[in-house]
Write a protein that binds this ligand. Structure first.
Ligand SMILES: Nc1ncnc2c1ncn2[C@@H]1O[C@H](COP(=O)(O)OP(=O)(O)OP(=O)(O)O)[C@@H](O)[C@H]1O
Ligand SMILES: [Mg+2]
Length: 273
């Protein structure tokens, strides 16, 4: 277990505000910190601001007409707000986008190799890392000659994470790895994330609507609601928190449907109170 008091903080988001299209205020003072070697989860429902937070960190907001208008983002103590996504990759931070973007016409292996494009340490090192990726994703080794566009959703998520690993990152920002996957596959993906974290020492900040699974694998969690952090704590504590249990872990445990019901119930309650 990570001891937050002793570990180094890699990424620090300090009170950021994000505005889309000059007028839509989406993040209203979000702060979080990501310790080296940990898995930190950014939780919350639809539209809470998880993707916006990750894109603010990796500087991918410009293409969305979004802008960080307040606050500060640092990596290893250095301000990274003005870096391009490529500069950030060079510093060891890479984002795996929501919806697993693969190059459909390339093979699985070619996709993985595109992740190594910024490296200058030679073919042998890249070949070793390809083996490392295949050791975590044996399924990808089996499918390495297949065209990525014809692989399953789970396999494409594996390709997206594997490709990120090929850049030898220190930190991966992973957006909604469970999206659209069957529960068994979600579990498998999270097990791989945990193994990569433990054996390769890669730090993760992951955004997830699936609170239940994320809190079982993460060390620490932040819960976002309407662009604000409403709660944070060690994952084990959040799992036992009565509000989290009621509103995010869906007592009846029937997946997103019941989760949505719980949330609309909560909205109603808030509206009435
Ligand atoms: N390009 C954009 N222009 C305007 N508003 C946007 C844009 N992208 C996102 N938003 C709004 O910002 C809010 C936060 O969206 P965001 O995608 O960050 O949420 P999320 O927590 O990732 O949700 P989900 O779990 O559905 O992926 C939402 O209200 C969304 O409608
Ligand atoms: Mg999102």
């Amino acid at each position: 277990m990570l001891d937050a008091g002793k570990t180094e903080t890699l990424l620090e988001v300090n009170n950021i505000e994000v505005i889309y299209n000059h007028v839509i205020l989406v993040l209203k003072g979000v702060s979080l910190s990501v310790p080296k070697g940990g898995i930190t989860a950014l939780l919350g429902g639809n539209g809470a601001g998880k993707t916006t937070t990750l894109k603010a960190i990796s500087n991918l907001l410009h293409s969305e007409r979004g802008e960080v208008t307040k606050g500060r983002i640092t990596y290893r103590g250095e301000r990274v707000q003005d870096l391009s996504p490529a500069d950030l990759v060079a510093k060891g931070v890479i984002q795996v986008m929501e919806g697993r973007h693969c190059f459909g016409h390339l093979t699985v292996e070619e996709n993985l190799l595109t992740g190594a494009y910024i490296r200058k340490d030679g073919r042998a090192a890249i070949a070793r890392d390809l083996d490392m990726v295949y050791s975590h994703f044996p399924r990808l080794k089996e499918r390495r000659k297949s065209q990525a566009g014809y692989t399953s959703g789970g396999e494409q998520q594996m390709v997206a994470i594997g490709r990120a690993l090929m850049s030898r990152p220190e930190t991966i920002l992973l957006d909604e790895p469970s999206m659209g996957l069957a529960p068994q596959l979600v579990e498998q993906i999270f097990q791989i994330v945990k193994a990569v974290n433990e054996t390769e020492g890669v730090t993760f900040l992951l955004a997830e609507q699936n609170t239940n699974v994320a809190l079982r694998y993460a060390h620490y969690g932040y819960i976002l609601e309407s662009g604000r952090v409403v709660m944070d704590g060690p994952a084990a504590e959040l799992r036992e928190n009565p509000d989290v249990k009621e509103f995010y872990l869906g007592v009846s445990d029937q997946g997103r449907n019941s989760f949505r019901n719980v949330r609309s119930y909560r909205r109603r309650k808030r509206w009435l109170s």
